[in-house]
Design a protein. Structure first.
Length: 62
């Protein structure tokens, strides 16, 4: 046990530094504001998307 005691403190400090202490963290490791911005961007892309039948299909060659 005496050999592992000096390693315990740095290990605890590293674990404490990696904790997710933010209360406003959304799933995926992003903040709530970042998640909202991603949702807004996705909505803009969906609004600007073309319907599949509006794209011209290539004509078949004989």
């Amino acid at each position: 046990m005496p050999r592992t005691a000096p390693l315990a403190l740095p290990a605890l400090l590293l674990l404490a530094a990696c904790s997710g202490g933010d209360k406003d963290t959304a799933p995926g490791g992003v903040t709530q504001s970042e998640a909202a911005a991603l949702n807004d961007a996705a909505a803009m892309l969906d609004a600007n998307a073309l319907a599949p039948d509006t794209v011209a299909q290539p004509k078949e060659r004989p």
